[in-house]
Write a protein that binds this ligand. Sequence first.
Ligand code: DOR
Ligand code: ZN
Length: 345
Amino acid sequence: MTDSLTIRRPDDWHLHFRDGDIMRGVVAYTARQFARAIVMPNLNPPVTTAALANAYRERIRAAVPAGAEFEPLMTCYLTDTTDPDDLARGAAEGIFTAAKLYPANATTNSASGVSDVSKIYPVLQRMEAEGIVLCIHGEVTDHDIDVFDREAEFIERHMRAIVRDFPKLKVVFEHITTADAVKFVENSSPNVAATITPQHLHINRNAMLVGGIQPHNYCLPVAKRETHRLALRNAATSGSSKFFLGTDSAPHLRSAKESACGCAGIFNAPFALESYLVVFEEERALEHFEGFASLHGPGFYGLPVNEQEITLERAEVTVPETLPMIGEDIVPFHAGQRLFWRLAD
Ligand code: DOR
Ligand code: ZN
């Protein structure tokens, strides 16, 4: 039995930090586990320009604890009126690593998102030419489409068209939740990849709805039925370089989750690596963990892999029921549960 695993330091290719006090309260959790993270731009107001992203990056850097090495990788929030020149300039200056397509009203702070993908075709053309990665929240928002079908429907209505019309554009299908998305990514060109969250590897939709409504297991896209979870576990642990780590960790205070209209998002940053590793061990795929966590992401983004290493050791950890946050508290993923790996300091 393997009792310790040393791998290159991982990165988180999909993360929400928010801003202000909450951001300052959560950055240390991610900086302890990851060398870099793709920081999502769905602030209120959103990060739509290079100047806004640069200022946000400085605020995050200032919140990294002394002695920790962590670099935020910034994204541009695409809207119907995104300026392709500003995006290209921001990428050339090293401010933007990617741009994020939120269909309008698909999720938290997405009201300013794209109302019709055809409106950003000039931006996508420019991104393809400049080699800027497109991150996609792949869900349709039509009220007549069942919430559990929104990802599969997005593939048919939009994903196929985007990859057909921009064959050289690098596309990350973010936080995939269905066997349909796994198949789409596997059958697409090497320019199409996907991130997978820990929660979608651990839970199916029962975790949200059985025994009463469980708001801390609610995120978007919502967890689907068990067959989809199993397809995601196969994809993540397969060794395919098309699938890599993206936590989608999203801090919402307990009061905002345990409410009549609970927010979408799961805060998994404090024990993200431990959570993923439980899955890789259960799937007998520990040898593929480094690829998923530390190699496939940089390979896809065309960035160097990290030189430092981390060690995870077999040891039981109990995830706290709550963590203090700005005078309130936040309930982390796996609250109160035992995990069987620990990131060594
Ligand atoms: O559950 C989610 N929370 N899904 C998203 O797409 C956004 C995120 C957030 O920003 O809270
Ligand atoms: Zn997200």
